[in-house]
Ligand binder design. Structure first.
Ligand SMILES: Cc1cc2nc3c(=O)[nH]c(=O)nc-3n(C[C@H](O)[C@H](O)[C@H](O)COP(=O)(O)OP(=O)(O)OC[C@H]3O[C@@H](n4cnc5c(N)ncnc54)[C@H](O)[C@@H]3O)c2cc1C
Length: 333
């Protein structure tokens, strides 16, 4: 393992905000992860740093998980089980799967970060969440390094949520994740409007067509963290009850919605933020992206505290206008 002291975390997170960490320990195997957990109790875990806003210096050690490896552990006529080390880059896994004609991950192309963090918030995009193809994971208990296997139901996956963000928060370091990927013929998810539009003209789209469509949509729509610091969607899309939604709709007839069930409706946080007047807003070095109201950005030289303060202003303004309290999706350190 590699141990560094007095590290500026700007290079380790996609927001690129400066904050000092007393110690950063980078591990490249599960054994090193276990050793680091035992040697550095109280440590915080980090993968690619693409869903973290660091708002102050970090005085506890940070363990960066960079273990690599993708292995087919079993195979049947219709599917393969693929075990992936936590530090593998998510997009590299998706690309590997498409290259091998294994289906299920193609809609999740180009999501930044590592495989180990994917189950944490049950990453999702373009009509698919990772739990659709999740099989199991192994995680180390941070208290004693012992290993435990979690099935899908153990993980309690929900919208940008899992047991690792709720009741078991901070208790486990995810070491490997196993996905159950399909062999052809694939059940492709092409219903999402943007994806369907890109695939027009493809009579029978392939796995690679869907992957290419998602990559090109994301490249066109989302700010590249290498160019402008950000962590993707800063807030979750709020889920409200149908009666609240209907009352809001009477006042704001263009408010979009996705029906979740008979009682609940999801509304796009981006629409709320945009219509509260924040899209493109800039305050010093931080702001709201000019195309994506849900993405808060560091134009360069901004601090995590400034981004946090801006996020609170947006929360207050959306709550005053719509009576909805936006919840951050990003992990605040
Ligand atoms: C441009 C951009 C676009 C994005 N688009 C999407 C999107 O479409 N859909 C989506 O769902 N997300 C999206 N995200 C958010 C982000 O990519 C995901 O949340 C990703 O899974 C984070 O991975 P990471 O390795 O960077 O995690 P980190 O940011 O390093 O960590 C996130 C959280 O997980 C914990 N953690 C990390 N690794 C482990 C581990 N091995 N075990 C236990 N805990 C761990 C950390 O402590 C932290 O609390 C986007 C981000 C960016 C910058």
């Amino acid at each position: 393992m590699n141990v560094e002291h007095h590290v500026d975390l700007a290079a380790y997170t996609t927001f690129g905000v400066s904050a000092r960490a007393s110690t950063v320990v980078t591990v490249t195997t599960t054994d090193e992860l276990r050793e680091a957990l035992l040697n550095y109790p109280q440590a915080r875990l980090m993968g690619g740093g693409s869903n973290i806003l660091v708002t102050q210096d970090v005085d506890v050690p940070v363990i960066r998980i960079a273990s690599k490896g993708i292995v087919v552990v079993s195979e049947a006529d219709e599917f393969v089980l693929v075990e992936v080390q936590a530090g593998e880059l998510w997009h590299d896994l998706v690309t590997w799967a498409v290259d091998h004609d294994y289906g299920g991950l193609e809609n999740l192309a180009l999501i930044p970060g590592t495989v180990g963090a994917a189950p944490m918030q049950n990453i999702g995009a373009y009509g698919v969440e990772q739990n659709l193809v999740f099989h199991s994971l192994t995680a180390l208990d941070v208290a004693d390094g012992s290993s435990r296997t979690f099935t899908g139901s153990d993980c309690e996956f929900g919208y940008r949520s899992s047991v690792f963000k709720t009741t078991l928060r901070g208790r486990y370091a995810i070491a490997t994740v196993t996905y159950r990927l399909t062999k052809p013929p694939h059940n492709l998810h092409t219903g999402y409007a943007d994806v369907a539009a890109r695939l027009q003209g493809h009579e029978q789209p392939t796995l690679r067509d869907v992957y290419n469509a998602v990559v090109s949509i994301r490249r066109a729509k989302l700010p590249d963290p290498k160019v402008v610091g950000n962590a993707g969607s800063f807030f979750k899309n709020p889920v409200i009850d149908v009666s609240t939604f209907q009352a809001l709709l009477a006042e704001h007839p263009t408010l979009p919605s996705y029906l979740i069930n008979q009682e609940q409706v999801k509304v796009p946080a981006a629409w709320l933020i945009d219509h509260a007047g924040w899209k493109g807003y800039r305050e010093g070095s931080v702001g709201v992206h000019h195309n994506q109201a849900l993405v808060l950005v560091n134009h360069g030289g901004g601090s995590g505290r400034e981004v946090l303060q801006l996020s609170k202003k947006i929360q207050r303004s959306v709550e005053e206008k719509y009576g909805i309290l936006l919840e951050p999706e990003v992990n605040l350190w």
